[in-house]
Design a binder for this molecule. Sequence first.
Ligand code: FMN
Length: 226
Amino acid sequence: MIKVAIIFHSRSGNVFKLAAAAAAAAEKAGAEPKLLKVGELPDPMVLDKEAYDSVESATADVPVATLDDLLWADAIMIGSPVHFGLPAPQILNFIDHSGPVAIPGKLVDKAVTVFASGSAAHAGQQTTILALHNAVCHWGSLIVPNGSSVEILASEHNGSPYGTCSISRHLASEVHEDNLRAIEHQTQRLVEVATAYGIGLRQTESAIKYVGLEDLARKFPHLSMD
Ligand SMILES: Cc1cc2nc3c(=O)[nH]c(=O)nc-3n(C[C@H](O)[C@H](O)[C@H](O)COP(=O)(O)O)c2cc1C
């Protein structure tokens, strides 16, 4: 069973709503989801205190993501609010601390996908997702974008091939139904890619065992078999 870590930060509930929908979708796709929030910073910038407090109590039982969760997962979803066209600092702080597992290459070959929520259209959702893709390259993980793979992604509320985006207009938990369907598709696609890639890797391993490394090196001299 594919293990999916859904790691998010949310201060007014929009990303949390997408993340919770992703967890439900992962389960529906036959995977094992783990919904995880990143740790808060000492001095967070809070626009809407009432919404912030209500997200804090709604997520009180959600565990804080750790590096062990990254190791546990076959597939990882990262959800962030847009902050000046960038991911929230809480998400970046979590990524900054991923060195002990990322540098030795322990995140290589995991399937990773990213989603975001911003207050306005064309105001940085895609740049936020792409910024996080940079870190995924450093991890050596596989980026799984949405593309235009299903019709719902062409809805006027969706339209981002990079990953699901919601437009909240600064309202709390204001996620459109089409965004929920997009994140469901994004999750299902991630599980499919992680499953297919895992099967592919196992087949490659058994092919190497069956044929033998020296034989493969002779047949494919341009590949390093070290
Ligand atoms: C410091 C800060 C900067 C923000 N910058 C942007 C921005 O560049 N573009 C945008 O669309 N929304 C921006 N927003 C709004 C949030 O991204 C938006 O309200 C989002 O839906 C919040 O997600 P959440 O409800 O999960 O916290 C900003 C919010 C804050 C607090």
